[in-house]
Design a protein around this ligand. Structure first.
Ligand code: GAL
Length: 378
């Protein structure tokens, strides 16, 4: 009898916990695990957020607890308040078909979704590495859906801008690039090698087959035109490429940013008419100092400025600003009226457990972005 009452009490307690926990808006604390409404850490990394109607959708890499390859696909979560996130499952699933571009065991990274108002479709672009080939394929992939939560339909993967010169590269510069020969350079990082990179040595090496595309983001301008920004040419040079009106292809108009600068994890925003690009250096999963560029037009000229990060991550391993507080950017999204830098604190032993870091972007008296550590994003 006593035991029964005890059991009933325990059951009531569990029910109360189960019914109350999911509806409670949690405080998101930077540098800690962020739970979804089921109490699991949000497994959406390297991704982005869109708003559709009164709902926010957060897309990201669904990573396994162990290992580096993609076993499930791209995950999606929904929220009405940017704090309470419901797991909506896998938006784009890996294929079970052997030899398929997104066969289980491939690597799907940095997925970004855009809503196309003209076609009323949700379009996903992501970095794809083919199964069993490490990071050598360096492709961008497209998928599309009628619903924000999917299922997204895989369309194709490709290298970018095959056989096309950057639109503002003049004839003389094109000729200089054609004189380079990447096969000759066994030793990297010498002054002479760097000069060749700046001339477009890797642009020319990959000219016929298409340019590499790894870490990437997307950006929609005020006029509705969308752009793909990617780390190309062995992660040495960024490319900004215009997308077609349906966002499912490239128009062929593109430009290089910071040739030889070795930037990745690009994040782009426009503020008061100026374009701001915040990137990281290339140190794999380990954090490094962020880089910032600004331009009066998406086509440049891009000018490099110091990193916008200042201060120290109090409460998170005291990671300093010159290590981007331990994180690497993925997207800039306006949250509660403020552009907010979304980043991942990678956990390379357990990628699914990588932490999220969202920080509001402030502007100094000259309108230059400044990003301070904050315990909570809002
Ligand atoms: C990082 C990159 C990640 C992932 C990782 C693999 O530099 O930003 O998206 O590709 O390398 O080592």
């Amino acid at each position: 009898m006593k035991k029964n009452r005890w059991m009933a009490g325990l059951a009531l307690c569990c029910m109360a916990l189960l019914t109350s926990a999911p509806t409670q808006a949690q405080e998101l604390v930077n540098g800690q695990l962020w739970m979804d409404t089921e109490g699991n850490h949000i497994n959406a990394h390297g991704g982005n957020i869109i708003q559709y109607g009164d709902t926010y959708y957060w897309y990201g890499e669904n990573r396994p607890y162990r290992g580096f390859t993609t076993e499930a696909g791209v995950g999606v979560y929904s929220s009405k308040d940017l704090k309470t996130w419901k797991n909506e499952g896998i938006a784009l699933a890996v294929s079970e078909e052997a030899g398929h571009d997104i066969e289980r065991g491939c690597i799907m990274e940095r997925p970004k979704v855009l809503y196309n108002a003209k076609t009323q479709k949700f379009v996903m672009l992501f970095h794809l590495e083919l199964k069993g080939r490490g990071y050598e394929a360096a492709r961008v992939a497209f998928a599309e859906s009628d619903s924000p939560t999917g299922p997204f339909r895989f369309i194709r993967s490709t290298r970018v801008n095959a056989g096309i010169w950057p639109f503002n590269m003049d004839k003389k510069a094109q000729q200089a690039a054609q004189q380079t020969d990447a096969r000759k350079w066994k030793e990297w990082w010498t002054l002479a090698w760097r000069k060749e990179v700046e001339k477009g040595m890797y642009l020319w090496r990959d000219f016929a087959g298409g340019q590499m595309s790894r870490d990437m983001t997307v950006f929609i301008d005020d006029d509705g035109k969308a752009y793909h920004i990617t780390s190309s040419q062995e992660n040495l040079t960024l490319l900004v490429s215009e997308l077609t009106d349906d966002f499912l292809d490239f128009t062929g108009k593109y430009n290089m940013v910071a040739p030889g600068g070795q930037n990745e994890a690009p994040c782009l925003m426009k503020h008061d008419g100026t374009y701001w690009l915040i990137c990281s250096g290339c140190t794999g999963w380990a954090p490094n100092e962020a880089r910032m560029f600004s331009a009066p037009s998406i086509w440049g000229p891009w000018k490099q400025l110091p990193s916008p990060f200042v201060g120290t991550a109090t409460g998170y391993r005291n990671m300093p600003a010159n290590k981007t507080f331990g994180a690497q950017g993925t997207y800039i999204f306006p949250m509660n009226g403020k552009p907010t830098f979304m980043a991942d604190i990678w956990n390379d032993r357990h990628l699914s457990q990588s932490l999220h870091l969202w920080l509001p972007i402030e502007f100094d008296s000259e309108g230059v972005p400044v990003i301070n550590w904050a315990t909570t994003p809002f």
